[in-house]
Design a protein. Sequence first.
Length: 406
Amino acid sequence: MIIDIAADSDFSIHNIPFGIFSTADRSARAGVAIGDYVLDLLALSELGVFDFDTSVLGQSTLNDFIRLGKTVTSKVRTDIQSLLQDDSSPLAGKENLFLPRAEVTMHMPVHVGDYTDFYSSIEHATNVGTMFRDPDNALLPNWRHLPVGYHGRASSIIVSGTDIHRPKGQVMPKDAQVPIFRPSARLDFELEMAFVIGQDTSLGESISTDQAEDYIFGMVLFNDWSARDIQKWEYVPLGPFLAKSFASSISPWIVTMDALAPFKVDGPEQSPKVLPYLQYSGQHNYDIALEVDITPDGSSPSTICRSNYKYMYWNMAQQLAHHTIGGCNVKVGDMMASGTISGQSKDSYGSMLELSWAGSQPVPLADGQIRVFIEDGDTVTMRGAAQRGDVRVGFGEVSAKILPAK
Ligand code: CA
């Protein structure tokens, strides 16, 4: 191995995730996370190790690189794995190729043209339905028949590390007759993962569940920030709007479906049986352990949630098949988020709404504070990693601090 990689690194030789980084003297460009380093792909291409048009590696998004297709991008990943493991490879001794990861600036890895958010965790949908509607009828009649989703806002998807001001908006106070305008008092996170589209389709074309993963380049961690008080007043009858559109944070490294393939598992049994276009064969759930920390200003982190992506009721193949069944086209860089990923146990709930049960059960932090929702100065950090034996493939983190309303 050309560089040292800690055994517990998210960015092992098995991973090779792609991102966009810059430094004081290197413009935004493509890189790969490896151990504590970023491998500069533009600089690497100057050694002549790649046989495609490497100008795409000097662009400020990965869209055109991804658009080259998996025959190219999958080979880039396996070529890098080989080069890193060959002590006599052209990378050996080339210190300018490797930059300490802690010293680079990460950027949005792709231009996101369109963003969709699903609602695919049965535990989350059941919790929300229980709190806001009827505990005996928590799931609406459509929920087990189609992956419920909505078209979200792409312009406010931001990379990890970008601070967010508490949103303001209309809320209807309890027992009031008219709404008031104020900063949200119920700011929340949603623990999600998102997949990145890797191939364009044409208008009118549909993607089957069998083909779906060919159209997915990879995945990131996704925090769908949510203002619950604004959401509660505005969402009827068309769903989330300003309560969600102020910001969504993503982790900067796109972990490829190739890297995640060893972590496929069966999904939960779906009952009743779904319509033929949503039926699938093989495994499409992924065993990815997820965690959420809250770090109050000037204090230490508390892990308040431990969940897993494998709990999802509707998988990515079904989500993409459903998304395109009406003929809606998708484009490289489009992002589709899972919906809040909750498990069955109380400590696996993927939002403060559920962890504090709509504010009725404060969540204790390690430093003695309590939280029902997110307060100004809090940093919310999500981590995710798949591990089987010694093989670890992680996402790093998505982290953002909440600043007071402007
Ligand atoms: Ca969501």
